[in-house]
Design a binder for this molecule. Structure first.
Ligand SMILES: [Zn+2]
Length: 187
């Protein structure tokens, strides 16, 4: 690997230099052409940073490998998750989204069910059984989604816990409304 300190920075005449073209051997071993901007010190810093970093292709391929390992971990712990269907590219993307989503979904459901149990404990007349069931049903239905397209299209709903909670609550609310209407029509 090239020592960035040994790389000579040629400052152009004029102030400040526009940019210097340079080749640098990156941490992955690939030699890439770079354009350096700023003062010679700035450029030296940037070269040092580049020499310690991976090139774009290697960074992406390492990230894909890590995502693959993460997805395999999530699936191994949850054998009930279906095999995803779609094009190989869609499946790769969807597995990655699902692997990040499933732990969030489990956490959000557990918190919601716990909150409901606390409400029911405070007021036994306040029946929270169907609400808790709807949360669990939602979790089962989402986990059973096998189409890669579902995970890709809904990825914004799985971006973080708040997004997951919002997505889940919309479903639960709908089910509670349906239940209330059914109860009223029976009465
Ligand atoms: Zn590389």
């Amino acid at each position: 690997m090239s020592d960035p300190k040994k790389l000579k920075i040629v400052a152009r005449k004029g102030n400040p230099p526009e940019f210097t073209a340079q080749t640098v051997e990156m941490n992955c071993g690939h030699v890439v052409k770079v354009s350096l901007y700023g003062t010679p010190d700035d450029q030296r810093e940037e070269l040092k940073r580049l020499a310690g970093a991976f090139c774009k292709e290697c960074w992406i391929s390492r990230k894909n490998q890590r995502d693959e390992i993460d997805a395999a971990d999530v699936e191994r712990d949850r054998p009930y998750l279906p095999v995803l269907t779609g094009s190989p590219k869609q499946v790769r993307w969807a597995r990655n989204t699902r692997a990040k989503a499933i732990p969030l979904i489990e956490e959000v459901i557990a918190e919601a069910v716990y909150e409901l149990s606390q409400l029911a404990a405070k007021d036994p007349a306040n029946d929270q059984v169907s609400a808790a069931e709807f949360h669990l049903n939602w979790g089962s239905a989402v986990s059973a989604e096998s189409e890669a397209g579902f995970w890709i299209q809904n990825r914004s709903h799985f971006a973080d816990k708040d997004a997951v909670r919002g997505y889940m609550n919309a479903y639960v609310y709908q089910e509670l409304v349906k239940e209330a209407i059914a109860k009223r029509s029976r009465a």
